[in-house]
Structures are given as structure tokens and as C-alpha cells.
Design a protein around this ligand. Sequence first.
Ligand code: CTP
Ligand code: MG
Length: 202
Amino acid sequence: MTVFGIVVAAGSGERFGRPKATIELAGRPLWKWAVDSLLSGGCGDVAVVGEVPGGISGGVRRRDSVAAGMAVAPDGATHVLVHDAARPLATAELVGRVIERLAVGDVDAVVPGIPVRDTLKSVSGETVIRTVDRTDLVSVQTPQGFKVGSLRRGHAFDDDDATDDAALVERSGGMVVFVTGEGHNLKVTYPGDLAVMEALLS
Ligand code: CTP
Ligand code: MG
């Protein structure tokens, strides 16, 4: 098993107010946190997609940035882990857990997920339509792991609504499973999220 890592660090950071990958958390840029956890968790080689030192150009959609990373995957790579630069706090242990589950060999993709804690409501404007049963719901993170062939088949699907790569694999008929994610593995999405992460680290 040879695992290639892709850190997606492009995108405009619309909700944050500017692109996020080069923002520093505890003196280290977000993209570097993501690279370091992939390397220490078991990826042999890591490519960064985005406007960072040594990075390759990304695309308009997240899936285009992932495809740019796949284009530089070494020939010998059997598996790939895709990780958001915006998730600096994923641990090497989580990376290892995803790789270990992939290594069993029976699935196309592995995603980290944690059970949804809050009560969920379906709404229309300000009106609550109903309460959604959360029993079967997990909230999904990165790094997400794939067999190289399964991710390529997923990417052959034209699906603009997919918010992650596992969704493309699901839609192409692939088997996707989840492993336990990490509560602190938050994504920098809004400006206030950085302060939460600084607090978690201190
Ligand atoms: N990303 C990317 N290429 C894109 C869009 C997103 O590489 N075209 C990456 C981001 O750098 C981030 C991860 O995908 O690490 C998750 O995306 P998100 O948090 O949504 O970042 P942005 O798309 O930049 O932010 P927004 O959706 O608020 O514009
Ligand atoms: Mg986005």
C-alpha cells in the first residue's frame, strides 16, 4: 500500500473574508499543519494545491483542486488521502485510522465522522417544518481516504452539488464507510473559528 496525500489549499475563502491556507495558527500556516499531520500519519508523499510555497494551481471548485492533485500522484500510489488545509487540528492518529481502515481492502473510501450532537430542524425561511431524526446522521471531516481507482471513477461523475469527494464515490456506486473522527478537528470557515482553535491549543 502506497498512500499519496493531497492537501487542498485553494479556494477564495468567501465566508472567512479571504483565502485561508496561509493564515497562521500558533506560528504555523494552516496548509503546513495539514501537510505535517498527513506525513506523520503515514502518507509517503504529499502535494499541496493552492497559492502556497511549492503548491500547484487549484481550480474553481474543490473537486477541481482535488483533480489537480490527482494529476501529480506518483504512478505507484495505490491510495490517496484528501485533506482540507482549513483543518489544522486533525491528528496523525486520525490519519493513521483512515489508512488502517483502507488497508483492510474491502471499501472504496473511508471518511472520518462524528455523531451529530444538536437537534436538527428542517426550515423554510424562518419557519420550522419539522425535526429531523439525527440517529443515523454523522458530520463528516477530512482527511478522506480512497483507493486511487475509486476516486478517479468518482471524479468521472458530473455532479456539481457534491461537497466532498466521498459523495462522488457514493454516486458512482462505490462503498464508503466512516471511522470515528475527532471533536477538535474543526474547519476554519468563519473568522471567529481561529480564536476557537487558538484556545483549543492553549
Ligand atoms: N478548496 C480548494 N479549492 C477550491 C475550494 C476549496 O482547494 N476551489 C479547499 C480550501 O482551501 C479548504 C477546503 O477546500 O482547505 C475546504 O473548503 P472551504 O472551507 O469551503 O474553503 P473555501 O471554498 O475557500 O471557502 P468558502 O466556501 O467560504 O468560499
Ligand atoms: Mg468552499
